[in-house]
Design a protein around this ligand. Structure first.
Ligand SMILES: *Cc1c(COP(=O)(O)O)cnc(C)c1O
Length: 460
């Protein structure tokens, strides 16, 4: 069922031209890029859906804030403005700006983790997993089973499997679990939300075993909106009330502000009330990021971040934001195109395995569809599947991912309904000739995080 498009709660007063190359030119560009979409120049892309991270459009208030940014090394007014806004929204006593989400992880995780320790999460984002491992610990994902069935429509597919969590704690010993990380929304499962009940239950288990609970808060506002829409008892609460309840269950949060806070660069680290911990984190921030009142950011970034925090929890904005994704989902439903459903918060994860059943995982259906979308309409997306997963480090054999997704991540306040229709139409036309789409082979790859740099060629 097509959902009506929620009209934009803003109008446009500055434009950035984009151009559509011819199909021949696009075929040439993607071949020159060794069939790796990360190698394309952005000027050769018509609609860029590689990520929703840092690709957002700032408002007139945020741009005005850029001009007001206080660039003092210490004690700048933009810092205090950010502090006041973040304390008000999250109800945490201590707030530390950092340059992006992974910086917050780098500052916090070594304090909680070390050799022989574990981090358990509903799903670790890739940099989160990397920082767990850099701290000497191991990362274990513990998402509910429903997350692995793309066609199954349940409201909170991002949830932690709490009975499995308790089993894992008992298996490894509570003293060895350095942190439990609740990722909201669950990015890797397709931007799927986590219910308040699940956050609360997870916190109760953590308190029972005396384990630190950290929220990975990149898409906290979208998560709050889903709670309001889908969970009993929250329909009449404001987004801000829902946000402060979500955060009340954790001890700390790490946040990439490049997502729901609608800026191009920034991050936050929050500590609810543990002064001793915050003293340690402040010292670690100074050595890793910069003095505590700027945390690796310019004063103008702090200023636009403070404004973005407020704009990101505006309900009219969130209705439009989630509505845009749901509209795209509705168009795909109509065309019988499978995706991680119901639609998540920040994009559509198309089920490439379903659309290209003739391409086995080791010929990368998610990547093949991503390349085809570029050839078809100049749309840049990325593979979330076996191509991204890589090889078994011990045997060098290609691993098979649970999913073969092509991710259309939608930047905030950037594209219009007509752009969304271009995305849907491109997918529909590829589906009609799906059996002609070929698989790919890797011709060169680096050892780690290969998908960013690898070279590929089509198997014809
Ligand atoms: C983006 C992201 C991060 C890392 O943040 P950066 O700002 O990219 O460093 C961590 N966790 C989640 C869930 C994210 O989406």
């Amino acid at each position: 069922m097509t959902k009506e498009y929620v009209a934009e709660p803003f109008r446009i007063k500055m434009v950035e031209p984009i151009k559509m190359l011819t199909r021949e030119e696009r075929e040439e560009k993607i071949a020159e890029a060794d069939y790796n979409l990360f190698n394309l120049k952005s000027e050769d892309v018509y609609i860029d859906l590689l990520t929703d991270s840092g690709t957002n459009a700032m408002s007139q208030e945020q741009w005005a804030g850029v001009m007001r940014g206080d660039e003092a090394y210490a004690g700048g007014s933009s810092y205090f403005k950010l502090l006041e806004t973040a304390r008000d929204i999250f109800a945490y006593q201590y707030i530390q700006p950092v340059h992006q989400g992974r910086a917050a992880e780098k500052v916090l995780f070594p304090v909680l983790l070390g050799d022989g320790k574990y981090s358990i999460s509903n799903m670790h984002f890739d940099t989160t997993r990397a920082h767990v491992e850099l701290a000497g610990a191991r990362a274990i994902d513990c998402v509910v089973e429903e997350a692995s069935e793309p066609e199954l429509r349940v409201p909170f597919k991002g949830n932690m499997d709490t009975s499995k969590l308790e089993k894992l704690i008992n298996k490894y010993g509570s003293e060895n679990i350095g942190v439990v990380v609740m990722t909201i929304t669950n990015n890797s499962a397709g931007g799927q939300p986590v219910s308040m009940e699940n956050i609360k239950e997870t916190a109760e288990i953590c308190h029972k075993y005396n384990i630190h609970l950290n929220i990975d808060a990149a898409r906290y506002a979208e998560n709050a909106y889903f709670i309001k829409q889908r969970e009993e008892g929250y329909a009449d609460k404001s987004i801000k009330e829902i946000v402060s309840e979500m955060f009340s269950y954790a001890e700390t949060f790490t946040m990439s502000a490049k997502k729901d806070t609608i800026v191009n660069m920034g991050g936050l680290l929050g500590v609810k009330d543990d002064e001793e911990l915050f003293q340690i984190l402040k010292a670690r921030t100074i050595s890793n990021e910069g003095f505590i009142t700027y945390g690796g950011l310019a004063g103008r970034d702090l200023e636009s971040l403070a404004i973005g925090l407020k704009e990101g929890i505006d309900e009219n904005y969130l209705e439009y934001r989630i509505g845009q994704i749901e509209y795209l989902a509705g168009r795909l439903d109509e065309a019988g195109i499978a995706y991680q459903s119901p639609a998540g918060g920040h994009g559509i994860f198309v089920d490439a395995k379903d659309m290209l059943p003739h391409i086995p995982y080791y010929e990368f259906p998610g990547q093949a569809l991503a390349i085809e979308l570029y050839k078809e309409a100049g749309i840049r997306t990325c593979d979330i599947g076996s191509y991204m997963l890589g090889n078994n480090p011990d045997t060098g054999e290609q691993l098979e991912a649970d999913f073969e997704f092509t991710r259309l991540a939608i930047p905030r306040r950037v594209y219009t309904q007509a752009h969304i229709d271009v995305m849907a139409d491109a997918l529909i036309s590829i589906k009609e000739r799906a059996d002609e789409v070929e698989g790919y082979q890797i011709t060169w790859e680096p050892d780690i995080l290969r998908h960013f740099q690898a070279s590929l060629k089509p198997l014809v």
